[in-house]
Design a protein around this ligand. Sequence first.
Ligand code: NAP
Length: 287
Amino acid sequence: MERYGFLGLGIMGSAMAKNLLKAGFNVTVWNRSQDKCCELAALGATVAATPAEVTASCQITIAMLADPAAAHAVCFGAQGALEGIGEGRGYVDMSTVDAVTAKEIGKAITAKGGAFLEAPVSGSKKPAEDGTLIILAAGDRPLYDKTLPLFEKMGKKILFLGEVGRGADMKLIVNMVMGGMMAIFCEGLALAGKAGLSSADLLDVLDSGALANPMFKLKGAQITQGSFPPAFPLKHMQKDLRLAVALGDSLAQPLHAAAAANETFKKARALGLGGQDFCAVFKAVES
Ligand code: NAP
């Protein structure tokens, strides 16, 4: 039976790996903080001590890590994923990183005879749990075809976008739009509060017309309740805005709104809100 690896069991990775186990795949997991492996082990996963142990024993290894620094550390670090990669093995990085990081990892994997695919996802904790993510894959086409049965257990829409870097760019653009929407949404809620309007009325008006969307509905309720349990940690949203602004810089594309949203999220991080949900940016806007 084919073995599949999973590196990174945070909010997204643990839910995605669980879906693979529930679908009957033979999965070996690794996480920097070993305690997060227990739940997966109880569902039948094999637990490995290092990323290298995973890539050396699995046909295809998926990574779902925090940011470029984490993706880099897990691939290139001591006993990292790269050490276990060899001819015929695949590495699928589903973390949200920039194209430069994805290409650097891809180049190193292929130089050792492996195949590489980037496959960042759109959708948060609930879609990860429900297996309804949007998967933005790019890179090695045969590896994409081999990984498709796994993607189908994690996502509802799966795209192949071509060369490595295109998945990362697409993902950053989507999250740039999302971060900008969240920033202006929070400014609207804060302004309504100061103008003496009820936030419930504002949410109702927004939800009744062309601006209605699931994010405003879900996050609007959480913001008005002052409840920010992390589904998408704020620090990751700021990372995505930072990387999107850098992408705009590299292509000489002005990004006034995204740059402003990045500053708002940066302020929220400075206020210690990085571990809360990204809608906690409201607290930075309101303060
Ligand atoms: P998370 O809960 O913060 O998990 C991050 C994972 O990265 C954990 O497994 C963490 O290990 C690991 N990690 C961090 N730094 C590391 C390092 N230096 N070395 C090794 N491992 C390291 O984040 P998440 O929400 O699952 O997000 C994972 C990725 O998916 C991010 O790129 C994020 O932008 C993206 N994403 C998230 C969402 C969402 O809604 N949450 C949606 C779409 C995409 P420890 O457990 O040891 O800390």
